[in-house]
Design a protein around this ligand. Structure first.
Ligand code: ATP
Ligand code: SF4
Ligand code: MG
Length: 394
């Protein structure tokens, strides 16, 4: 979608709203009676990006690559190990509870699982009205009236104010979560896999709702997904994460037209092409072999080298920095795709690299729509697909 005017005070459309520098979260691993630290899960390991007012940044990557941790760091639900988070030019990295209170109005989160993120003992009215009570804000006309208006905004019946979460389907519950997130007119909404727990047929409705609300309310989004097909239509720019790092960050059209990181290429190759006229242009899928390595001891050099079919010696020793290789396209790779120096000419591929992928002809092993990244997902990592089976539909 295009960038729109925000309608909020502060940052104008296109201004940097959120800026993240060197952000890290290492979860300590402790053992023994003394709970001595013996290691750390490097969930987010030094990421830099910015989000401009009015835009949607999509964040994609396989299960466990640190997407949710990143979302929790920027909403300050987690304390970073290192790095900074700036919101509207203000460093909020170490703000305390009282310092964060006004910020909590401006930055809201929509959670992955609409089943566990709503308190089953509270009515919808209480849930959606909670942000007003927590912030001590009384909207014009009272909380009930405002909650009913919000329910209408997200396409729910305002008469259902007194009902409980179990009376709603998965898609409807996610709408309730969206209404709650919008209650205080936030500037930035972080949506953590907002549709992955929903039935495929409902996913588009919820994504379209988010899109429409952005137009109406001038919102800025960070939308997290493990599937490129979910963020494709709503993102202005897309960040691809792998093992706690951003490996490519580009505007949507560049990323889909000419991905430069091999991992992005593999993820994209797994996305089914809906247009049958374009199907013939792509006759093979890249199927990554092997599991994602552990974030406790990530591979040396480029973290993707254990699964990359282009890996050379340098990839095992030197970490490629995320640098702008084309206008608006930042990539962390020694041998990027769609670039002049893409093929390692005078260097030798690692023997393991030659075995890193399997090329699967399109037609065989076709991934169903909405599960685009499945081909690049490790055997244990298709959490979203598993959760879909539990969705009740709308
Ligand atoms: N509180 C925690 N303590 C220890 N390790 C954690 C904690 N939270 C997350 N991790 C680990 O950090 C890594 C990144 O987790 P995270 O939930 O951010 O990944 P994700 O990309 O959101 O995955 P998914 O797609 O499955 O939601 C994982 O290895 C996870 O096990
Ligand atoms: S070519 Fe090397 S640097 Fe680039 S993704 Fe593959 S392993 Fe990493
Ligand atoms: Mg997650």
């Amino acid at each position: 979608m295009n960038q729109k005017s925000t309608g909020t005070q502060g940052a104008a459309a296109g201004d940097v709203l959120l800026k993240v520098n060197g952000l890290q979260k290492h979860f300590p691993i402790r053992k023994g009676m003394l709970q001595r630290q013996v290691g750390a899960v490097k969930a987010v390991d030094g990421i830099d990006f910015e989000v401009r007012s009015g835009e949607t940044l999509g964040v994609v990557g396989e299960s466990g690559c640190g997407k949710s941790t990143m979302g929790r760091l920027i909403t300050r639900l987690l304390e970073p190990t290192a790095g900074t988070v700036e919101f509207e030019g203000r460093d909020i990295t170490h703000l305390g509870v009282s310092g964060m209170r006004p910020m909590r109005r401006d930055v809201q989160m929509i959670f992955q699982d609409p089943y566990s993120s709503l308190n089953p003992r509270h009515t919808i009215g209480t849930i959606v009205g909670a942000p007003f009570r927590l912030q001590g804000v009384t909207p014009e006309g009272g909380i009930k009236k405002e909650v009913q208006r919000l329910l209408e905004v997200v396409g729910l019946n305002p008469e259902h104010y007194n009902r409980y979460p179990h009376e709603f389907s998965g898609g409807q519950r996610q709408r309730i979560g969206i209404a709650r997130a919008l209650a205080l007119s936030p500037k930035l909404v972080i949506a953590d896999e907002p549709v992955s727990a929903l039935d495929v047929s409902i996913q588009a409705q919820v994504v379209n709702l988010l899109d429409d609300l952005q137009d109406e309310l001038g919102l800025t989004y960070v939308i997290i997904a493990h599937d490129l097909s979910v963020v494709r239509h709503v993102s202005d720019r897309i960040a691809v994460m792998y093992l706690g790092k951003i490996v490519e960050l580009a505007d949507r059209s560049s990323l889909y037209r000419a991905p430069m990181h091999p991992y992005t290429k593999a993820l994209l190759s797994a996305v089914p092409i809906p247009d049958p006229r374009r199907r013939s242009a792509k006759s093979e899928r890249i199927l990554l072999k092997g599991d994602v390595p552990s974030p406790i001891a990530p591979p040396s050099g480029c973290r993707f080298h254990t699964r990359c079919w282009k890996a050379t010696r340098i990839c095992t020793t030197q970490e490629p920095p995320l640098i702008e290789l084309k206008p608006g396209q930042r990539v962390a790779c020694h041998h990027p795709e769609n670039a002049e120096d893409q093929a390692p000419q005078d260097t030798q591929l690692l023997s393991a690299a030659r075995e890193a992928i399997e090329l699967v002809p399109v037609g065989r092993d076709e991934a169903p729509a909405g599960q685009g990244a499945a081909a690049a997902e490790p055997a244990t990592g298709s959490e979203g697909a598993a959760a879909e089976g539990t969705a009740s539909g709308e």
